[in-house]
Design a binder for this molecule. Structure first.
Ligand code: MG
Length: 268
C-alpha cells in the first residue's frame, strides 16, 4: 500500500503498550479467521468475524476506508499476493488463504498477516508457507537498535533463496504507529550493513511475500487485488515489531513478546 508519512516517528514505551493492545486484537482476528478458514467458508464471513472481534476489543479496522479500501480485512486466496477484497468466494479444500488484519486502538495501529492451508495441500505448498513464516522471524531477529534495514531484508531474502521462490519486490513492509504506513520502507531484500539504521523507539511491520513462481505481480481492475503474473501461489506473513532496549518485541501477538523469548518460528 502507499506510504502516508515520510517522517520516522519515535515511540515511547507507553505508545508501544497501546500498539500492543491493537496488536492483541489483530492476534485475536488471526486466531478466529484461522479456525474459520475451512472448506465452504466465504471470505465475507471471515470479514464479518474480524469486524466483530474489532468491536469486542474497542478497536477499528486500519484497512476499512484506507484510500477507499472497502472491507475490514484483506483476504487473499491462492495466487493473490496481497490486498484481496473479501468476496462471496467460498474456500475449497486445497486452497491457501492469506489474511491481513490491522487494528487501531486509541489512534495506534497494529498490522499483521498469515497464510494458512485449507485442508490438505501439496508438500511444496506446505513448504512455501513454512519458509515464508520462517523468513518473517529471521527478519524480526535482525530488528535491533543499531542494525540496518539491509540486515532485515537480507535475512528475509536469504531464507527464500535455497527454495528458488519469487520474492515480491513491488510490495514491502513499513514503519507503523499513529499511521498504518509510516517511513521507513522495509524491503524484503537488502545488503547487510546497508540501509536505514534502526533505533530504539521505532516500530516496523516486516512482511515477506514469497511466490512459488515469478516474483512479478499485476493488479486487477478493482484497483486493489495483487496477483502473481504467472498465477502460481503466494504466501504472506507479517508482524508489527517494536525496537526496544531489550531487543525486537513483537506487538501483534496475544501478548507482546521479546523475540529472544521465542523459538525461531515465534513459538513461546
Ligand atoms: Mg503491513
Amino acid at each position: 500500500m502507499k506510504t502516508d508519512a515520510r517522517v520516522v516517528t519515535k515511540k515511547t514505551p507507553e505508545d508501544f503498550a497501546k500498539m500492543a493492545i491493537a496488536g492483541a486484537c489483530v492476534a485475536a482476528i488471526h486466531a478466529a479467521t484461522r479456525a474459520a478458514a475451512q472448506p465452504g467458508t466465504s471470505l465475507l464471513e471471515l470479514d464479518a468475524i474480524s469486524a466483530e472481534i474489532l468491536r469486542e476489543h474497542d478497536c477499528r479496522s486500519s484497512f476499512l476506508g484506507y484510500h477507499g479500501f472497502p472491507a475490514t480485512i484483506c483476504a487473499s486466496p491462492n495466487e493473490v499476493i496481497v490486498h484481496g477484497i473479501p468476496s462471496r468466494y467460498q474456500l475449497r479444500e486445497g486452497d491457501i488463504i492469506s489474511i491481513d488484519a490491522g487494528a487501531i486502538y486509541e489512534g495506534w495501529h497494529g498490522d499483521a498477516a498469515f497464510t494458512v492451508a485449507v485442508g490438505d495441500v501439496a508438500p511444496e505448498v506446505t513448504q512455501l508457507l513454512e519458509v515464508t513464516e520462517r523468513a518473517l522471524w529471521n527478519g524480526i531477529a535482525q530488528a535491533r537498535h543499531g542494525r540496518r534495514l539491509g540486515d532485515v531484508g537480507h535475512a528475509v531474502e536469504e531464507t527464500a533463496r535455497p527454495h528458488g521462490y519469487g520474492v515480491v519486490r513491488d510490495y514491502i513492509g513499513h514503519g507503523i504507529g499513529r499511521q498504518m504506513h509510516e517511513a521507513p520502507n522495509v524491503p524484503n531484500y537488502g545488503v547487510p550493513g546497508k540501509g536505514f539504521k534502526l533505533k530504539t523507539g521505532m516500530a516496523i511491520a516486516i512482511e515477506p511475500m514469497f511466490n512459488l513462481g515469478t516474483s512479478e505481480s499485476s493488479v486487477l481492475d478493482d484497483g486493489w487485488t495483487v496477483i502473481t503474473q504467472d498465477g502460481k501461489l503466494s504466501a504472506h506473513f507479517e508482524h508489527t515489531v517494536a525496537i526496544t532496549p531489550e531487543g525486537p518485541k513483537v506487538l501483534t501477538l496475544a501478548e507482546p513478546r521479546l523475540v529472544d523469548e521465542l523459538d525461531e518460528v515465534g513459538r513461546a
